[in-house]
Each structure stands twice: as C-alpha cells, then as structure tokens.
Design a protein around this ligand. Structure first.
Ligand code: SF4
Ligand code: SF4
Length: 285
C-alpha cells in the first residue's frame, strides 16, 4: 500500500506533544485561501513546466525516460536536486515534483531511524485522511513500537467512516477554519458540515489534542468560530487546547499574501472571548 509523501521531518516539536516525526502526504480536498504550503494541494499533472525550469536537470518527464511508472508523471533525482524550490514556485497547479510514492514499510523504516528521540508521529498534508487505509496500517506498526500517532486534519473527511483508523489514532489536531458556511466556502471552496460533525465525534471520543483557528479578519469569522466550538462541545472544553494562530502571509499565493498579521492586542481580545466561553487551555501562536 502506497501514498504520495511530500516530505518527512525526522524531528519536530511543533506538530503535537514532545519530539515527533512528521509525515506530510500530498493532496488536499479543499483549497484554503491562506494555505502556506500550497504545493501540497494537488497531484502533479505532468505538464512539464517545472522540468524545463530546473537549473540542474534534476527533473524529467516519465515519457522521456520511456518508463511506465504507475502514479507520478515526473521523476525527481534527489541526488542532483539543490533544493532551490524553483519547481514549486513555477508550478501553476499547486503541486510539487518532489514527491515519493512510498510503501507503509518504507515510511515506517524512516520513522524507525528516529525511535530513540521521539514520542510519536504526526501525519499531516495536504490532507492525510484522504489515505485512511495507509494511515491505519502505518499507525498499527508505529504503535507496536510504543509511540503515539496523531492526525493533523482539516476535518473535511468524515472520521466516523473509518473506525479502524480511529482505533489506532491517539489524537487529532483539527482545524476549524470558519463557522458560518458561507464564510467557510469563500475561504476553502468547500462545506464545513463534516468539520462540525467531526468536532463533536472526536470530542466525545476524547481524541482531540487541539482545535485550531487561523485568525484573520474579515476573512475568518473568528469570534463566531470560538463561540461555535464552545457551544458544540461545551462539556469537553477542558479536554483539548484551543490554538489561536495569528495569520502569517509566508507561502500564501492568493490575494491574502498582502494581508498583515493581526496585532497582539487583537489576538488577546480573541483570547478573552475564548476565556468567557469556557475554554481553559488556550494558546496563541
Ligand atoms: S528544487 Fe530541486 S528539482 Fe526543484 S527546481 Fe530546484 S533543483 Fe530542480
Ligand atoms: S509539479 Fe507542477 S509544474 Fe511540475 S510537472 Fe507537475 S504539475 Fe507541472
């Protein structure tokens, strides 16, 4: 069983508790206007634009090599690559040619190299829950080593449809990007119905590690999100951290790239609203 892997960060302290190995899978099911790694959103179409632009000829189209490679249309020669990211900048399809299709065992063997130094793994994306069977198998193997397994998700895939995965997943870090469905749609081109369902489902199962709001007004109805979460899972507010993330423009490719981050004062106002709503674990980042 294989999945497209955008990158593996051996040691991360920002993707859940403790030192963790973070695995980023390629492809997303929504398109956030403020996405800061938009090159993870789509699979490569094989258009060849980046192949022409690579300064060290580290890329080639599969057809040029006369190979019938199932899956990825561009071959990336990692040894030649100088990591200039020109390919990512020129890709018009929100993709990257620097992807590996990896078996569960291959990802697991990368994780095993870090075993003495990590408390667990976190799988992110893109949207990693687009690969539920892959995650289930990976998590089963990783947990057998005594590590915890976390999912970082936009919440747009219904978790209740994958009970086997949820049984081997320790916690989820869930984005709630907007509360009003029209606001959510204008930000992501998708519906937030499943996100709200997942919020309640995960809270009842005590599987929420943190719920995150990227704070940016007026594009995000921040106060409504805080109140909406509080109203939906009121009896579980002590179980998870509410993370208020100040919008940053790094990596953003849409019109939002010129927006400024909210002030510290504004972030504190939102913290105050969260406190009044009953949240006890609040982090501003
Ligand atoms: S990051 Fe690597 S593959 Fe991409 S353009 Fe630069 S050298 Fe080529
Ligand atoms: S990564 Fe983007 S630019 Fe390169 S071949 Fe694929 S779709 Fe085209």
């Amino acid at each position: 069983m294989r999945a497209p892997v955008n990158k593996i960060i051996p040691l991360s302290v920002v993707d859940g508790p403790g030192n963790r190995t973070s695995v980023f899978l390629q492809k997303c099911n929504i398109a956030c206007a403020y996405c800061h790694n938009p090159e993870t959103q789509r699979m490569c179409t094989g258009c060849g634009i980046c192949v022409e632009k690579c300064p060290v000829q580290a890329l080639s189209l599969v057809q040029e090599k006369g190979r019938d490679l199932e899956g990825l249309p561009v071959i990336w020669d990692e040894k030649k690559c100088v990591q200039c990211d020109t390919c990512i900048r020129v890709c018009p399809y929100f993709s990257s040619p620097k992807i590996h299709l990896m078996e569960v065992e291959e990802v697991f063997s990368e994780i095993k190299k870090n075993l003495p130094f990590i408390r667990g793994i976190t799988v992110s994306g893109g949207e990693c829950t687009l690969y539920p069977e892959f995650l289930t198998e990976l998590f089963t193997q990783v947990r057998a080593e005594g590590l915890t397994c976390y999912i970082d998700s936009n919440g747009c895939v219904d978790f209740s449809r994958y009970p086997d995965l949820m049984d081997v997943c320790d916690k989820v870090m869930l984005d709630v990007k907007a509360w009003d469905e029209n606001v959510f749609y204008s930000l992501t081109r998708s519906s937030n119905e499943t996100v709200k369902k997942n919020l309640i489902y995960l809270a009842k199962r005590h599987q929420l590690e943190e719920v995150r709001i990227v704070c940016l007004e007026p594009e995000v109805d921040v106060e409504a999100v805080i109140r909406g979460i509080a109203g939906s899972v009121r009896e579980h507010l002590d179980d998870f951290t509410l993370k208020l993330i100040a919008f940053r423009s790094h990596g953003v490719r849409t019109a939002l790239k010129d927006k400024e981050m909210p002030s510290g004062e504004q972030m504190e106002k939102w913290r105050g609203i969260a406190v009044n709503c009953g949240f006890s674990n609040i982090r501003i980042v």
